[in-house]
Design a protein around this ligand. Structure first.
Ligand code: ADP
Ligand code: SF4
Ligand code: MG
Length: 341
């Protein structure tokens, strides 16, 4: 059995603002094995980035508050108990992160080469020359042509896709155990998006890195994630392996997300379902199911009590009263409608 690389237990993160406490993440738990890819998927504002940043201890405290019961264990060690030195090694050494906006993450006043070298030398004892040689190898590996020329260029001289490749080179520079990719392709054209996903997949395989792929677009993760966790209003509402989520979705929200994914077998003229309604206000989240205001199956109990987790089979579960109450499957029309087979 492969060892658990990461264990997130009951992660709760709030932001203290003038308007009150924004409960951005309200009890998220998941685990990741070595070499595995998990996707965190959900609409904008559901807590994906706050979750990601919590795994790197990047949320500024205050205004953020990581609730006491939260645990993030990396190789069995609570990252919130790491010393400054250990944290330094953890960030950018054991775990790397890439973001949507590579331009903002890169230093505009430094050459690509120097930025990679700085990162390598921060985590190793390589000389400047050795680190530069490694940087060239890395740039080649992420598919940049003429790496000898690229190292002398500045971020603004590269295209968006190239900059994201540079970010990936930096992320993989120190052979991380875990890569957290927060919407890495959202700012890119569709064709470049696919190339970047393929690149991450390739490197992940080669380096046996675990990946947390974060996106609002379920379509992006179909070919890369073994497991998918669907987030809504700071909670994971459904989780399962990729096949289960795509072909046997159980939660009405997952179903809605799937309807918004363009599909090859759909007539191009057919209109893509847009996601109607808006997620709840996290300043004052509903006490029952967070999806109740948008769910066409909403029952009275849904507005009153948070639905318990219902397990369908191993590793496939959803939090929805339709199942918890053992409503007959026939009564949940979406299970038939969405048999995406
Ligand atoms: N620095 C902050 N101050 C106040 N609220 C924040 C801050 N960062 C995030 N939030 C809130 O936390 C919630 C989750 O945000 P985020 O994790 O960025 O969503 P996602 O990445 O899924 O789009 C949102 O309601 C957002 O407004
Ligand atoms: S618990 Fe109720 S409101 Fe929530 S998704 Fe299930 S049926 Fe819809
Ligand atoms: Mg985000």
């Amino acid at each position: 059995m492969s060892e658990k690389l990461l264990k997130v237990e009951n992660l709760k993160v709030s932001y203290h603002t003038y308007a009150g406490e924004v409960q951005a993440v309200r009890g998220v738990s998941f685990e990741l094995n070595e070499g595995e890819t998990i996707a965190l998927v959900g609409e904008s504002g559901c807590g994906k980035s706050v979750t990601a940043r919590s795994l790197m201890r990047l949320n500024k405290v205050p205004p953020a508050e990581i609730k006491e019961e939260s645990k993030v264990l990396f190789q069995g060690k609570d990252i919130y108990q790491l010393s400054e030195k250990e944290l330094c090694q953890y960030r950018g050494g054991s775990v790397s992160m890439i973001f949507q906006d590579a331009m903002a993450a890169l230093n505009p006043t430094m050459t690509i080469g120097n930025q990679i070298v700085e990162n390598i030398r921060h985590h190793s004892s390589l000389s400047k020359k050795e680190a530069m040689e490694k940087a060239i190898v890395l740039l080649k590996k992420v598919g940049l042509s003429e790496p000898n020329k690229r190292i002398k260029q500045y971020p603004h001289e590269l295209s968006g896709g190239m900059r994201q490749r540079v970010m990936i080179a930096i992320a993989f520079a120190n052979e991380p155990k875990l890569l957290i990719a927060d919407e890495p392709t959202t700012a890119l054209d569709v064709t470049i998006q696919a190339q970047i996903i393929d690149l991450i997949k390739e490197l992940q395989k080669e380096e046996k890195t675990s990946v947390i792929m974060i996106t609002h677009d379920l379509g992006v993760v179909a070919n890369i994630a073994q497991r998918i966790a669907v987030m809504y209003a700071g909670l994971i509402v459904e989780r399962g392996n990729s096949r289960d989520i795509f072909y046997h979705p159980k939660h009405p929200y997952t179903n809605m997300l799937l309807e918004a994914v363009p599909r090859l077998d759909h007539n191009a003229k057919e209109e893509l379902a847009s996601i109607a309604g808006t997620p709840p206000d996290l300043l004052n989240p509903p006490k029952g199911c967070p999806f109740c205001t948008r769910c066409r199956y909403c029952m009275e109990i849904c507005t009153e009590k948070r639905p318990p987790v219902y397990e369908f089979e191993e590793n496939h579960e959803a939090s929805c009263w339709l199942y918890a109450l053992k409503k007959p499957a026939e009564d949940a029309p979406f299970t038939k409608e969405t048999a995406h087979e």
